[in-house]
Design a protein around this ligand. Structure first.
Ligand SMILES: [Zn+2]
Length: 386
């Protein structure tokens, strides 16, 4: 681990951390190596002061608060005096159904097992308690990107935030963060208001009848369903978008697609066959799987863009173009090679878009970013850096 800590230190000597203009009003926190607890309630009045602290402590994880405080360095939350928070979102691919994450169990004595090899929470070799670790697949990250695209679309089209106020970041591990810079008034939104925003994004409490998406009888009057169109607002627009995107999977007729996408003029005779099932399906696809806890927490600590995620060795990276994002070794600040000894077979795998075929206990020369990733995941150890 010493070698990795030295690499982190070298990185932070020159690292370009992306800090908000008002960083002096933010609480900072770090998790050092070899510690499971955070050092919290830190405050810095200059970037040099922050860098000096980081080089002394070498953080495995580095955070600042989404909130601004009058006294960010005080321990007591009341005395800190809250001044408002950014709006933040977290998309964790772990929460996306059908996401293929390869799981392993590791013990402190470097014994590693797959799910099938263990019975309980104890190491079958030495009896120590096991911890879960995982490798995120590229395919899973692609699914996360899809969620991110939907989220940004909603923030722009439905909430009216301008694109320059919305920044998207790869978390360095298995997710994406979105920070929305708010004006002073909006930054004072409390948790309840933020929960309303999350509910809208998650589609909680959505009502198909209210959206006029199904035929309805009110007394003797029959009201026909009105198909959603791309130039509608709110959930009707989101459903229209999903219909166009998934027209093939859902077997939707061409004439309906033309109407929904605005190519054909409105006509009440356009109805969706099997509407109930298809609509449920579309709502499901139009939901964005954000972690609600993160958004409603006005005191949340968020990873600093430009810092390294100590679970992987990858940088928290701003996405300039969301759709083209790929998990690659370029997300690591480290270059070169290392000799790595894997603790378990890692066969026919893809890590960061690279094909991996490693045998247990057989040292191998491998790209440094991949070696660091496997080491930090507890699935192997770096013997030397070359
Ligand atoms: Zn063991």
């Amino acid at each position: 681990m010493k070698q990795i800590i030295a690499l982190f230190k070298e990185y932070y000597r020159k690292a370009q951390l992306i800090l908000p203009k008002d960083y002096a009003l933010r609480e900072f926190a770090i998790q050092p190596f070899n510690s499971n607890t955070y050092i919290r309630h830190l405050a810095f009045s200059s970037v040099n002061e922050l860098r000096k602290y980081i080089l002394e402590k070498i953080p495995r994880h580095l955070y600042y608060s989404s909130a601004r405080y009058e006294n960010p360095g005080l321990k007591d939350m009341e005395s800190k005096k809250w001044l408002g928070s950014d709006l933040v979102f977290d998309i964790d691919v772990d929460h996306i159904p059908d996401c293929n994450i390869t799981e392993y169990w590791i013990c402190p004595n470097k014994h590693v097992f797959t799910n099938e090899q263990i019975k309980d929470n104890r190491c079958p070799i030495c009896g120590a308690s096991l911890e879960k670790t995982s490798i995120v697949t590229d395919e899973c990250i692609t699914k996360g990107v899809r969620e991110l695209v939907k989220l940004v679309d909603i923030l722009v089209e439905d909430f009216g935030f301008t694109k320059d106020k919305i920044k998207s970041y790869f978390s360095g591990h298995r997710g994406f963060h979105v920070h929305v810079e708010l004006n002073e008034q909006d930054s004072l939104m409390d948790s309840n208001i933020r929960r309303e925003i999350v509910d809208y994004i998650l589609g909680l409490g959505i009502n198909i009848h209210q959206l006029k998406l199904t035929d309805e009888k009110i007394g003797r009057v029959k009201r026909h369903a009105l198909l959603p169109r791309i130039n509608d607002y709110g959930w009707r627009r989101r459903i229209a978008k999903a219909l166009i995107e998934y027209k093939k999977d859902l077997n939707v007729e061409d004439i309906i697609v033309d109407y929904v996408s605005g190519k054909l003029q409105p006509n009440v005779s356009h109805t969706l066959n099997n509407a109930g099932v298809i609509l449920e399906n579309l709502i499901d696809k139009a939901k964005v799987l954000v972690d609600e806890k993160v958004t409603i927490d006005i005191h949340r600590l968020i990873r600093i863009p430009g810092s390294i995620n100590g679970k992987t060795g990858l940088m928290v990276t701003e996405l300039k173009s969301i759709e083209s994002f790929k998990l690659t070794p370029k997300l690591s600040p480290f270059k070169g090679y290392a000799v790595l000894k894997p603790f378990i077979d890692l066969k026919n795998m893809s890590i960061m878009s690279m094909k991996i075929d490693l045998r247990k206990n057989t040292p191998v020369k491998i790209e440094l970013p991949i070696a660091i990733y496997i080491h930090l995941k507890g699935l192997g150890e770096i013997m030397r850096i070359i």
